[in-house]
Design a protein around this ligand. Structure first.
Ligand SMILES: Nc1ccn([C@H]2C[C@H](O)[C@@H](COP(=O)(O)O)O2)c(=O)n1
Ligand SMILES: [Zn+2]
Length: 159
């Protein structure tokens, strides 16, 4: 008889997305993304970080001050990194698992790449104009999104 305690697709892909986020050097918010085909094959992954050639030790991680001196001018979001990391052609019909609801800029990239479903975990910036704008565009474009239903399962890895 097969074992019953296996993880669901959503647990699996949200787990992969959170593992990817653990690569982020952002001191305040680590975000991971995992793009999956319609038939549940992993296509790409990403996390928030600076572009290639922009040193994690030299570019700023500050949240406040002149935009030039903050991370916001430089960081590539996890969703965009996952889209740009994909080397296989079209993402038409794909799903993206992301640990934080996509911002308006990532929503544009998600829509234009052909991704049709977003599964997100945290929505901690739900009340901000950028997240509201994101949902406005996603609704208009018919991109479906739903919040990951936490199961309470703890996943422990011994490395
Ligand atoms: N959907 C998102 C939203 C944000 N990010 C990144 C951008 C920053 O590195 C960090 C947010 O930092 P905070 O303002 O919370 O200090 O998360 C992303 O990758 N994807
Ligand atoms: Zn974004």
């Amino acid at each position: 008889m097969k074992r019953k305690n296996y993880i669901s697709w959503d647990e699996y892909f949200m787990g992969v997305s959170k593992l990817s986020g653990m690569r982020s050097k952002d001191p305040s918010t680590q975000v991971g993304a995992c793009i999956v085909s319609e038939d549940n094959k992993i296509l790409s992954m990403g996390y928030n970080g600076f572009p290639a050639g922009c040193s994690d030790d030299e570019f700023p991680w500050e949240r406040e001050g002149d935009i030039y001196d903050t991370k916001y001018a430089y960081v590539t979001h996890s969703e965009l990194n996952a889209i740009l990391n994909y080397r296989g052609g079209s993402l038409e019909g794909a799903k993206i698992y992301v640990s934080l609801f996509p911002c308006n800029e990532c929503a544009k990239a998600i829509i234009q790449s052909g991704i049709r479903t977003i599964v997100y975990d945290s929505d901690k910036y739900a009340d901000t104009p950028t997240t509201r704008a994101s949902k406005r565009m996603l609704d208009a474009a018919g991109v479906r999104y739903y919040q990951y239903q936490r199961t309470g399962r703890k996943v422990e890895l011994e490395m």
